[in-house]
Write a protein that binds this ligand. Structure first.
Ligand code: 5RP
Ligand code: FE2
Length: 243
């Protein structure tokens, strides 16, 4: 079981030697959710570093998944796993407290619905004992998040329109990842949407180190080898950067 101490304090990258760490976080969105615990445990046993839990409210995105009651139940079964909740919701502030009570580790919310309140939401997430992730939809430019990067633990660049698993990877999001990596060598940068064995190269070369992958892992007969391959590609890019 992975430790919940998922802490590199953003202390890493090319300049700092072994700084950025590759983390693979499967999305359970397209898994058999009637077996949520078993599916999650299987992913962890097969090498996942963390679980990416997609929370949708049917308003910010045209789909519904689950909320804090399910996350809380899953936490009782997996006390040591690192949980990220990807909050695709119109009012991210509303769910901070219950997700904090569910011992979520990383609360990633979209900046689009709270553009004038991003700092307030960041502060409340931290007060609730969670790390802060800031997510950008494909149509949101990097300039929208620039002023908040120093207040975040991680930036998520969406590589599909949020709402559904199994969509096509948007290669044209890679310049955003590149810009972040060039300007913030120590930052945790996550990609999410259509990431799998055919698209991991682009993500790794652009500088992403936190990799969300849903259907590519869930639909595979050999989850362990897919997770290992994704990791190998990202680690080799980090290594190249360090030599
Ligand atoms: O946030 C998401 C969709 O909004 C999911 O995390 C993402 O789509 C993962 O699934 P896949 O790898 O199948 O695209
Ligand atoms: Fe997601």
């Amino acid at each position: 079981m992975v430790s919940r101490l998922f802490n590199n304090n953003n202390m890493n990258n090319c300049a700092a030697g072994q700084a950025i760490k590759c983390r693979i976080g499967p999305s359970i969105l397209n898994a058999d959710l009637s077996q949520l615990y078993q599916e999650s445990q299987r992913l962890l046993d097969n090498g996942a570093d963390y679980l990416h839990l997609d929370v949708m409210d049917g308003h910010f995105v045209p789909n519904l998944t689950f909320g804090h009651p399910i996350v809380k139940c899953l936490r009782t079964k997996l006390p040591n796993a690192f949980f990220e909740t990807h909050m695709m919701v119109s009012n991210p502030e509303q769910w901070i407290e219950p997700m904090g009570e569910a011992n979520v580790d990383l609360y990633t919310f979209h900046i689009e619905p709270v553009l004038s309140d991003v700092l307030k939401v960041c502060r409340k997430v931290k007060e609730a004992g969670m790390k802060v992730g800031l997510a950008l939809k494909p149509g949101t430019g990097i300039e929208a998040v620039r002023q908040y990067i120093d207040h975040a633990d991680m930036i998520l660049i969406m590589t599909v329109e949020p709402g559904f698993g199994g969509q096509k990877f948007m290669q044209d999001m890679m310049p955003k990842v590149q810009w972040l990596r060039q300007n913030y060598p120590f930052l945790d940068i996550e990609v999410d949407g259509g990431v799998g064995l055919n698209t991991i190269n682009a993500c790794a070369e652009a500088g992403a180190n936190m990799i969300v992958s849903g259907t590519a892992i869930i639909n595979s007969k050999d989850q362990r080898s897919v997770i290992a391959s994704l990791r190998e590609t990202v680690e080799s890019s980090i290594h190249k950067c360090n030599v």
